[in-house]
Design a protein around this ligand. Sequence first.
Ligand code: PLP
Length: 383
Amino acid sequence: MKLIYFDHAATTAMHPEAIRAYAEAAGAGPGNPSSLHALGRAARERVTAGRDVFAEVLNVSASDLVFTGSGTESDNTALFGAAYAQRKKGKNGIVTTAVEHHAVLNACRKLEMDGFQLTVLPVDSNGIVSLEAAKAAIGDNTAVVSVMAGNNETGTLQPYAEIGEWARTYKAVMHVDAVQAFGYVDFDLQRLPVDLLTLSAHKINGPQGVGLLYVRKGTPFQPLLHGGSQEKSRRAGTENVAGIAAFAKAAEIVSIGREARIAHAENIREAFLSGLEQALGSSGFVINGHPDRRLPHIVNVSFPGVSSESMLMNLDLAGIAASGGSACNSGSLKPSHVLTAMNLAPERVSSAVRFSFGLGNTNEEADKTAKMTATISARLRNR
Ligand SMILES: Cc1ncc(COP(=O)(O)O)c(C=O)c1O
């Protein structure tokens, strides 16, 4: 049985060219980028080349880019790094949203335990944070504002640029988690009022365990990890040279092919949803998240009367991989904090399934999955 992978928001397969870049770098010898000898210099050149790719793609200076070990590490480095530096200037407030990834939410909660004043902004039933609420929450005391670009469970896009403009007027540091949006949304950081931006390699067909943090020049910042002086003393630890080479290759590919990538994901999504509509009728499922202000590759659907766990288990038996929420929540029966924050009825939350599309998926797979999902739904409904 050929498996159908509709869980690209959890992680993606590596692109063959990224695998080649990884293998080439990993096979090139034991170079530590901090070593002064020839092999060390060769490794450093690979890291520099990778950084240059991101500098071009994000339209920033290469010296503002810090490689990390994951999206989670970038989020934590951004939040702790800016919050503590801002505290020295007398600023103590953290503003974020109720639908952030746990890498942001739990870091913010830790900052709250450390004495920062945390404001978690609510969202509407589409999962969008109110610009007015954000404006009301940001003031002279605000140290850091963290608002994600696109949500990992619903795909809903946030007004991060508008909030960033407002944060700027109060000299609050603006952090954006772009882990899911990068590769579908253009991030020209010369134009965007964003001081810190998080990316993760494994969401864009790069390897797991590599992240990037953009730190705008002049942003109050102190390192989270203490050790060597790698990454201009902003992130200690030997760089993941092969991972960075592959991450850069993946970033290059998704940036050059962004329009085609969007069209491909939209196509699969539409095929899937129209298949569901045909098989179940419009009353047989409901979409969670904003209908238009959204990423193309994620769709979150509730099937009335069918629990997420039963649906996912049955899909898995049929060779289809989907997810009940963010990957770190799957396996636990805890209701999604994102859907709960959207104030959806508990039955809608407990019957939600996330399908996410990407490299290699076909319309045929979308069709097959829609039919199988409808069959499972009819079989399990109100059992
Ligand atoms: C929006 C968002 N932020 C952060 C992360 C964490 O990234 P990583 O898995 O690289 O730690 C994820 C991963 O699911 C994510 O979707």
